[in-house]
Design a protein around this ligand. Structure first.
Ligand SMILES: Cc1ncc(COP(=O)(O)O)c(C=O)c1O
Length: 375
């Protein structure tokens, strides 16, 4: 097949996406009110935190220069991993360059041939991709359905892993963690929890859902990410020393990549320190969520106790259109379209932040109601 044929095949697929209203484009963030980023606590824009990171990083090298197994690992890496492990009450933490890398790195090498991975159908793409790289078998269960999970566990053979998110990036629902953990204990399965959207958000100190439920010792592994509420970048897998040693030896997204630069490590350290010093930030975020969920009054809202809310707008073209109209009114909201969400579940995703003012929320709700009345 020549370059021209390949080009036309790619073009054909892009044209199909355009026809289905699912063509993705890169657009620079608008000046409008931020109702779409994952900067839940506003740490990515916080002047004092920014100043602290700047001062702490002045003497640090710009690049890490190699992978962690060569010269990319430093004393600073050990110190930051130690801080993360202590904050999250885990024996060990292992930093990855992103949450995507951590999930790919964990799921591609921990479950092995003959094992079974059972995952919530709403699980993040990075976990799905990791599972696809693994030799283990896999099966999904209906979103947050304990009955369906138990049905899967009953018929499972081999070593079993159960993958859930504590706060689902799709829809914002919290996992019924205690019940899922109990089922895992009953059937001898290893529970792995992705806390990406719970880090800095769930629990009085933003420690995540697992610690809030005091289940850190019963959980095989946790993934925390730093690119969301902590406002910086990277992630860590939490678990035992044996798990950490294994990942250092077999987890390819950790081994075959240049380590995070020291500046990023320092940013993670400062962000955790800042969160520790300011537990009121988590409470302020929760007040914003309460305000929104009390004011939002329409059957199309998909409300949740997390910062991730939704407004059902079935159809790719319809949801894209609504998002465009809201953006024109100074509201930076983004449409969730098929295939990112199941067909018919298209929605406007509304991410709430500690810094969103009551006026901004009122404006969003008024504009949404006006648009829904006059499509
Ligand atoms: C549940 C979940 N896990 C993992 C990730 C990936 O994290 P990162 O953005 O740090 O790669 C995301 C981000 O979209 C997520 O929503």
């Amino acid at each position: 097949m020549g370059f021209q044929d390949i080009g036309s095949r790619l073009q054909q697929q892009l044209t199909t996406r355009t026809r289905c209203g699912s063509l993705r484009k890169l657009t620079a963030a608008t000046a409008g009110s931020d109702f779409c980023s994952n900067d839940y606590l506003g740490y990515a824009r916080h002047a004092l935190l920014k100043q602290r990171i700047k001062e702490a990083s002045l003497d640090l090298a710009y690049g890490s220069t190699s992978s962690r197994l060569v010269r990319g690992h430093r004393e600073l890496t050990d110190q930051v991993e130690q801080r993360i492990a202590e904050f999250h009450q885990s024996p060990c933490a292992l930093i990855y360059n992103s949450g995507y890398d951590a999930n790919l790195g964990f799921w591609s090498c921990i479950p092995q041939r003959g094992d079974l991975v059972i995952f919530d159908e709403y699980i993040h793409a990075s976990i799905r991709d990791g599972i696809r790289l693994s030799f283990a078998r896999h099966a999904s269960f209906k979103h947050n359905s304990l009955d369906h999970l138990e049905e899967r566990l009953k018929s499972a053979k081999g070593l079993i892993y159960v993958a859930i998110e504590s706060v689902y990036s799709m829809g914002g629902a919290l996992a019924p963690l205690k019940e899922v953990q109990q089922l895992c204990a009953d059937y001898g399965a290893r529970l792995v929890v992705d806390e990406a959207h719970a880090t800095g958000v769930v629990g009085e100190r933003g420690q995540g859902l697992v610690q809030t439920a005091n289940l850190q010792e019963q959980t095989f592994a946790r993934v925390h990410t730093f690119g969301k509420a902590l406002g910086c970048h990277g992630s860590a897998i939490l678990g035992s020393q044996a798990l950490k040693d294994y990942l250092i030896n077999f987890s390819r997204p950790l081994i075959y990549t240049t380590a995070l630069p020291p500046h990023s490590l320092m940013a993670i350290d400062c962000a955790y320190h800042f969160l520790d010093e300011n537990p009121q930030h988590v409470n302020e975020l929760n007040l914003t969520i309460d305000y929104f969920t009390h004011q939002a009054d329409h059957p199309s809202f998909i409300k949740s106790p997390s910062p991730i809310q939704g407004f059902k707008t079935p159809g790719n073209h319809a949801v894209l259109d609504l998002a465009n109209r809201l953006q024109q009114q100074g509201l930076d909201v983004r449409p969730m379209r098929h295939p990112t969400v199941p067909l018919g579940s298209e929605q406007i995703r509304i991410c709430l932040h500690r810094f969103n003012t009551r006026q901004e929320i009122n404006h969003l709700l008024q504009c949404l109601m006006r648009e829904v009345k006059q499509p």
